[in-house]
Ligand binder design. Structure first.
Ligand code: THU
Length: 137
């Protein structure tokens, strides 16, 4: 993937992380995805006093994109860390978010999932590596 796009997605995910609403876990997550037109959509985690209603950053970004007409995701970057910290670990998408991603594959096949600590410390996976044999109808 183009290094400029990787940088942009990580930067946007870092910015989105600052919008996280996470008063219960104090764990802030940001996500940024790119669609085939080049448009970028971002999201953060949104928690709730009824904990199970929490929405992850990845799904926030995906639902924003889909609700604006997008149906395919080329790549998504994720940045997560506790409130006062800079990321010291890669924040991998939870199983639910992996399944939701699998609904919106690009025409070409696979989504690139970037887990980032910083602009120069990240890993890239194919969604099919993170969610093999995914459920599809
Ligand atoms: N979280 C995400 O935003 N994305 C994930 O893939 C895993 C977890 C959020 C949910 C919750 O607000 C916080 O991280 C701690 O679980």
């Amino acid at each position: 993937m183009d290094k400029k796009v990787i940088n942009l997605l990580i930067t946007e995910a870092q910015k989105a992380r600052k919008m996280a609403y996470a008063p219960y876990s104090n764990y802030l997550v940001g996500a940024a995805l790119v669609v085939p037109s080049g448009n970028i959509y971002t999201g953060c985690n949104v928690e709730n006093a009824s904990y199970g209603l929490t929405n992850c950053a990845e799904r926030t970004a995906i639902f924003k994109a889909v609700s604006e007409g997008q149906r395919h995701i080329d790549a998504i970057a994720i940045v997560g860390a506790p409130l006062m910290d800079e990321p010291s670990d890669y924040a991998y998408p939870c199983g639910s978010c992996r399944q939701v991603m699998s609904e919106f594959l690009p025409e070409s096949g696979d989504i690139e999932v970037i887990v980032a600590k910083s602009l120069d410390d990240y890993k890239i996976f194919k969604l099919s590596e993170l969610l093999p044999n995914s459920f599809n109808l």
